[in-house]
Ligand binder design. Structure first.
Ligand SMILES: Nc1ncnc2c1ncn2[C@@H]1O[C@H](COP(=O)(O)OP(=O)(O)OP(=O)(O)O)[C@@H](O)[C@H]1O
Ligand SMILES: [Mg+2]
Length: 366
């Protein structure tokens, strides 16, 4: 959980310092005021990357040479990041320097829900794989080892295929792909089977229209389901040689939740698609809490109000309130502030890159 956050020269935010609450934090402001930038800064700290710029240079406020983000968690672990156009990146975790941004990702599990998350169905398997791998990674720490080893073997095999090496040199990598590939598949399917049980009640509560439906997981392993991975790799040898890369395996896997055995994208409206994606994220957080007892997850929810009517915005807020997750929500809808009530929640008003905490928040039970 973040207990303190300071940003300087971060996009349109010149200098801001705030103390978020442990529950819901609502950032309200007009378009271009700096709301998403705050989520971006938290994402950068927790995940080691921005969700909208590959190049950190683009984050630096125009006409400045560096930006900084600093946070303190409730466990009092300070984490700070400075990016300077001349000297590059410096990261400090618990007062010690950190080499790689990616090392930051292990410390705080974070879920980011973008403003256009209803595009989840169109974004393709890569995005969906990344989504469940986040959960498997946090629930099963050995997943990272299997995935990293698998990825290295795949890179080597693809290089051998591309450079037209001998059959023996190409097939040398298959033993690693099979050993770790089967583990990855097992861990993912176990995870998804647990996730679906948690998803059902959450989605039915947020979107009651579907409470009588049956929800199932469809997982495509990334190769023919009737064949083993060694069989498939052997059969695909000629094709892979022509393609110059190895296609079959868990790196080509995909998954989806089916509703009454139908594709959700065909039956859900845009708003329902957003609620569906949101429910999946909340299920992942709940699963992490149930299995690992993790209670310090951070949820970033950009633009809650888009696509959702007032009743659904309220239901989402109530659901979030029932979870032990620190949430950062943005919206242009000032009415949402009326839903913020207890001492575990805060409203911040964002205007031209400046942030003012609303101390006048009252419970007006709507
Ligand atoms: N490097 C930068 N330096 C200064 N300003 C920037 C930089 N990059 C982006 N901006 C500006 O920062 C402002 C804040 O952007 P941000 O996406 O945070 O707004 P927002 O409040 O989320 O708006 P919306 O409601 O439209 O999503 C925008 O006006 C944007 O043009
Ligand atoms: Mg925004």
């Amino acid at each position: 959980m973040l207990s303190h956050l300071t940003l300087s020269n971060f996009r349109n935010i010149n200098q801001v310092s705030l103390s978020p609450s442990v529950g819901i934090n609502l950032f309200i402001g007009e378009n271009g005021s700096g709301k998403t930038s705050i989520l971006e800064a938290i994402h950068l700290l927790a995940m080691g990357r921005s969700f909208r710029s590959r190049n950190l240079k683009n984050i630096i406020q125009f006409e400045h040479a560096q930006f900084t983000v600093f946070a303190r968690s409730s466990e009092m672990t300070p984490v700070g990041l400075l990016f300077d156009t001349n000297t590059g990146l410096q990261i400090r975790l618990n007062n010690a320097p950190l080499k790689k941004l990616s090392d930051l990702a292990v410390n705080t599990p974070l879920q980011y829900i973008s403003a256009n998350c209803h595009q989840f169905f169109e974004l393709g398997p890569k995005f969906r794989r990344r989504m469940i791998d986040w959960g498997v990674f946090h629930v099963e720490h050995k997943f990272n080892y299997h995935w990293q080893t698998y990825k290295k073997a795949l890179i080597q095999k693809n290089a051998a295929l591309k450079n037209k090496k001998s059959k023996a040199e190409i097939e040398l990598w298959d033993q690693y792909l099979v050993k770790h590939g089967d583990q990855i598949t097992d861990l993912r399917t176990t995870y998804l089977n647990r996730l679906i049980d948690i998803f059902k009640p959450i989605f039915s509560k947020i979107c009651p229209t579907f409470d009588q439906c049956e929800f199932t997981i469809r997982y495509s392993k990334g190769w023919n389901k009737d064949k083993s991975l060694p069989e498939t790799l052997a059969e695909n040898y000629e094709r892979d040689r022509i393609l110059g890369y190895s296609r079959a395996g868990p790196h080509s896997a995909d998954w989806m939740v089916r509703i009454n055995n139908d594709s959700p994208e065909e039956m859900l409206s845009r708003g329902q698609q957003k609620l569906f994606y949101l429910s999946l994220c909340l299920s992942q957080i709940t699963l992490l809490m149930e299995i690992k007892g993790v209670k310090n997850t951070i949820l970033l929810l950009d633009d809650l109000s888009s696509e959702l009517d007032w009743q659904h915005q309220k239901t989402v807020m109530e659901t979030l309130r029932s979870l032990p997750v620190q949430t950062f929500i943005t919206s242009t809808n000032t009415e949402l502030a009326r839903l913020i009530s207890n001492e575990k929640e805060k409203v911040f008003h964002v205007k031209h890159g400046e942030i003012r905490e609303d101390n006048e928040t009252v419970n007006t039970s709507i």
